[in-house]
Design a protein around this ligand. Structure first.
Ligand code: SAM
Length: 209
């Protein structure tokens, strides 16, 4: 590994935000999943969360989301190498995990009670919950969320593609965090930093980084 490559990894880790994440509820289309991870990488999400597609449907990998597959890598610009994905078996376990870590869960959901996404405070530990293309956020997840956020839609179509919605919201979070100086200091614990760096270096050594 060249010193430049190592320095680049450190520079990226210096900006990672361990308290900003997404929860993808049964988002199963590989290109959407990949595009969301790419935005996560760009704003500094350390780890994303996912609940695989429902009742007996294949796991994420079997459903076409092979994190190492070529199409997926090409779509994501290799973002999956740099953003970990923690898979939860179901909604209750995902929420329990996130809440034990102090995250507010904001559902990107076009409901009556949704606020404009720019009104939310993303400097708090925040998880953005996103739903499937067809069904959106499930009623259970919408009910359990701490709040709903919406991106105003002023055109003829009702909603955005999920990866576009994720990007719009994540970059508002980035804007708020830039303003608050969150990218000016290392936010990972020394243990998190070291563990992630070692993982990235090992990946590089295996020829995947
Ligand atoms: N028919 C679905 C529904 O009724 O919710 C539309 C789902 S939309 C294509 C996929 C996901 O993208 C949604 O579950 C939501 O998380 C997010 N999304 C899309 N447009 C959005 C918007 N304008 N505001 C907030 N979230 C949005």
């Amino acid at each position: 590994m060249t010193p430049e490559r190592l320095a680049r990894m450190r520079a990226v880790l210096d900006k990672r935000q361990p308290d900003l994440t997404v929860l993808l509820e049964r988002v199963h289309k590989p290109h959407n999943f990949s595009a969301i991870l790419r935005s996560c990488d760009a704003v500094g999400v350390l780890e994303a969360h996912a609940i695989p597609p429902k009742h007996g449907l294949p796991s994420l990998e079997e459903d076409g989301l092979d994190l190492d597959d070529k199409t997926h890598r090409e779509t994501s610009g290799s973002a999956t190498k740099w953003v970990g994905v923690r898979v939860h078996p179901d909604l209750p376990s995902a929420l329990a995990h996130l809440r034990s870590r102090g995250f507010q869960v904001l559902a990107a959901h076009l409901s009556e009670r949704a606020m404009d996404y720019r009104q939310a405070d993303y400097t708090r530990p925040t998880c953005i919950l996103l739903g499937t293309e067809k069904w959106g956020v499930s009623p259970e997840a919408a009910e359990a969320a701490d709040g709903h956020i919406r991106i105003p839609m002023l055109g003829m179509v009702q909603s955005l593609n999920v990866s576009v919605a994720a990007a719009v919201i994540l970059f508002e979070a980035q804007r708020q965090r830039l303003e608050a100086g969150f990218y000016d200091r290392v936010r990972l614990s020394p243990e998190q930093y070291q563990a992630t760096l070692e993982e990235w270096v090992a990946r590089h050594a295996r020829g995947k980084g």
